[in-house]
Design a protein around this ligand. Structure first.
Ligand code: GDP
Ligand code: MG
Length: 370
């Protein structure tokens, strides 16, 4: 952060790099155009041109290029909730996600099964709910560790025949730490001899008091097998979402979070993003981690090509230079050059972590540039 590359410095003070290299040499500083000089040295050179140099860290430069801004209250519009399903292994997370998907998601006209993009949207009358397709805490925790929070509501699946188990408690703790409201789905109620009240009793020990017991935790008995209670669960999700007053400004450059990414043999890097504010459009210049590019195509959860995606919508993106990481924040920036610049700054930051000292250069290296 306290140094600047000679080429970048030259560009900043609008002087030829060769001239600067000569001045540096006179000061006894032997560097090449691609190497960095300290702020103090740069300041001295700038002085010779009567330019006052101010410190701008890589972080500041990055933020300036990204140009994220606070939205005005009046620009905010309601957006659908993004839901994660959590719970102990074998309590029915995958089954529940499948049951919801099949009871609600309309198959494409082509007759094909909905494709897996890491999230899917469910339509209820004129409202939508977005489900993250990866059950379990890993994805959730990994994303939170990177400072990304995409989840608005956690559905905690607890099997009625097994009750609260270690990963149930973990899930409760994760959701609480993230300040995400929990809706409990007491699953497998189709099984004979199960008692949902026993589960409720156990939950109270972890601070989740059911509504019908005077608390504020919504508990819905469900069966992923028979689909009993699924509609009620969806209604409850919408109810909680309404209380949260989830909003975003759809009319601004998009910001989102990568939830999945892979290298596809035919299509190159493919990433699924959940848009969090703004509207992502085909042709937008984007940056996510060190991956950058122009959006070549957007594909929705039904496998359909779309031109844009608004707040809370999951879409697959084609056109990135490399595969980003899950949890990386995606930004739309003014143009592709800016996106590439941000990528370069980030790559330099990464490099600095690994190579603290600079390499030696020969006189020949120097003369070839002057
Ligand atoms: P996960 O590990 O939480 O994703 O759990 P799965 O969805 O893989 O389910 C674990 C097992 O429980 C599977 O054998 C499912 O068929 C079964 N299962 C899931 N939901 C139900 C249910 O509502 N009723 C019954 N009887 N079995 C279920
Ligand atoms: Mg599973």
């Amino acid at each position: 952060p306290d140094s600047i590359r000679v080429s970048e410095f030259a560009e900043k003070i609008k002087r030829p790099a060769t001239e600067i290299l000569k001045k540096l040499l006179l000061m006894g500083v032997m560097v090449t155009i691609n190497q960095e000089i300290s702020f103090e040295v740069a300041e001295k050179i700038a002085e010779q041109y009567n330019i006052l140099l101010e410190k701008e860290t890589k972080q500041e430069r990055e933020e300036e290029l990204i140009n994220d801004f606070e939205d005005k209250e009046e620009d905010l519009r309601p957006r659908p909730p993004v839901v994660t399903v959590m719970g102990h292994v074998d309590h029915g997370k995958t089954s529940l996600l499948d049951a919801i998907r099949h009871s609600r998601v309309v198959e494409t006209e082509a007759g094909g099964i909905t494709q897996h993009i890491g999230a899917y949207t469910v339509d209820i009358n004129d409202k939508k709910i977005v489900f993250l397709d990866t059950p379990g805490h890993e994805a959730f925790t990994a994303m939170r560790a990177r400072g990304a929070q995409v989840t608005d509501i956690a559905v905690l699946v607890v099997a009625a025949d097994d009750g609260v188990m270690p990963q149930t408690i973990e899930a409760i703790n994760h959701a609480k730490a993230a300040n995400v409201p929990i809706i409990v789905a007491i699953n497998k109620i189709d099984k004979s001899g199960v008692n949902p009240d026993r589960v409720k009793q156990e939950l109270t020990e972890y601070g989740l008091i059911p509504e019908d017991w005077g608390g504020d935790t919504i508990c819905v008995p469900v069966s992923a097998k028979t689909k009993q209670g699924i509609d009620t669960l969806l209604e409850m999700i919408l109810l909680v979402a309404e209380m949260q007053e989830l909003k975003a400004n759809p009319n601004r450059p998009a910001k989102g979070t990568i939830i999945e990414a892979k290298l596809d043999k035919g299509r190159g890097p493919v990433a699924t993003v959940i848009v969090q504010k703004g509207t992502l459009k085909v042709g937008d210049s984007i940056i996510a981690g060190t991956a950058y590019g122009k959006v070549r195509a957007l594909i929705d959860d039904k496998g359909k090509k779309v031109k844009s995606a608004g707040p809370s919508m999951p879409v697959e993106i084609l056109g990135l230079s490399e595969v980003p990481n899950a949890g990386d924040i995606l930004y739309v920036v003014s143009d592709e050059k800016t996106a590439r610049q941000i990528s370069e700054i980030r790559k330099e930051k990464e490099k600095q972590k690994y190579f603290a000292s600079s390499s030696k250069i020969t006189l020949q290296d120097l003369y070839s540039q002057i």
